[in-house]
Design a protein around this ligand. Sequence first.
Ligand code: NDP
Length: 506
Amino acid sequence: MLRTADRVADQATRGVIVPNLFIDGAWVASSAALESDVVNPFDQSVIAKVDEAAPDDVDRAVAAARRAFDAGDWARVPAAERADVLDRVADLLVWNRRQVAHTETLDTGKTLTESRADVDDVVKVFRYYAGLADKEAGRVVETGNPGAVSRIVYEPVGVCALIAPWNYPLLQMAWKVAPALAAGNTVVAKPSEVTPLTTIRLVELLAEAGAPAGVVNLVLGRGPQVGQRLVEHADVDMVSFTGGLATGRRVMQAAAATVKKVALELGGKNPNIVFADADLETALDYALMAVFLHAGQVCSAGARLLVQEEVYDDFVAEVARRADRIRLGNGLDEGTESGPLVSAEHRAKVERYVETGLAEGARLLAGGRRPDEPELQAGFFYRPTVFADCRRGMRVVQEETFGPILTAERFRDEAEAVALGNDTPYGLAGAVWTGDAGRGQRVAARLRHGTIWINDYHPYLPQAEWGGFKQSGVGRELGPTGLAEYRDAKHIYQNIDPKPLRWFAG
Ligand code: NDP
């Protein structure tokens, strides 16, 4: 466990600076001396103590962001200069890649391979929004009147509260920070209390890259206190939230009181549909990665496997056989294929879903238990779990378990595959595996999810919109729409030859 002095000494290796709240360009401690432990999910060791914001700290962070926004300096700076700051952040992340990835693995338990990929993706996101910042400043509108000109300009929304979850702490925050700053907003970032370390690092890099005082602020602490206060705050203009469905509903409700703009990226229960005419070896290989990547703690996880009946039995049996062989371990060890779940609380939730699945009559083919290896007992590990003979109405099929649980169902034909794939309140992502190009396109067109992969799973691009249909969210991240979320359109109309109208005779 690191006491404050040790933490200062340690920052060179882990890149986490103290104190950890960043308000108006300065690192400050919690005004109420609140601290919380950050725990490594691999062995429950406390890897850092971080400050927890008191209500006053949240208010000061919002006030700093408000002042910086209202002063107008950042919004009025030429967009190309804002882009330079984002580009420098990308450079700094490249230089610090090893250290940032290491910190992310310590904090989340994910493998180093995954953490490195996250950092690389974040670099691309900063570069993408740097490139987009000075494009599309607005448009000229035809007025139908030669005596008038009219144009639309895009302005920043204002003070944005950015609230991110624990599964992709750095990446999810970057998806918000980069477009918000590119558009000229000021921000108050709040990572999950469970995984704050790489966000602290990101804010440090933003400051180093030249983000002016007050433009980027950071508060740490528990969601229901710190997050809720941000959402309710009258001086916050917009909330961009990524997290669970239940919390998303609360955020939307709380934001209603001040009619804030809200962007929500919520959960998913994502169908991975395999037709008998697919390249089955490739589909099988991807089916495992689709669901068990990061121990299933992925919003777009392919947790609902739908397999055409003529190949269902063999396909699902082989998925289970391979799931049983996934090597669990310390994310820092290069041989590890999957790390632990993020917390004891989260593992307990996953275990409840396994019990629910069994009670509902699902047939357990793999996992369904904690691992036996002595070296894994201190971590929050759970074996990759495969349930066969699942039916559409089961809770384990309908609800997001957010853990290493795969449910398998069989379908007869294209129509049934689409019906099952859409039979969920969520609409985040899905995949279709087929050797028939026309079928791939037909199914993709009929699935009500924000991203559809054909003969692939999980790739996303900074330049392509990401987000959910139905209860998976409101709004989009990434792509041009991801920038538009952080802008308001203003119509400026000018009469170039004003004369009295004589509307009233008077
Ligand atoms: P939560 O909804 O529990 O938390 C998300 C964030 O909201 C955290 O920072 C949390 O803080 C904060 N928070 C909690 N309560 C409130 C509140 N009342 N007001 C404001 N903020 C609050 O989600 P998880 O962290 O458990 O993340 C997992 C969820 O995120 C999954 O459902 C997953 O599908 C979803 N997700 C969606 C993605 C997408 O792109 N659609 C991507 C990644 C994840 P704290 O943790 O400190 O309590």
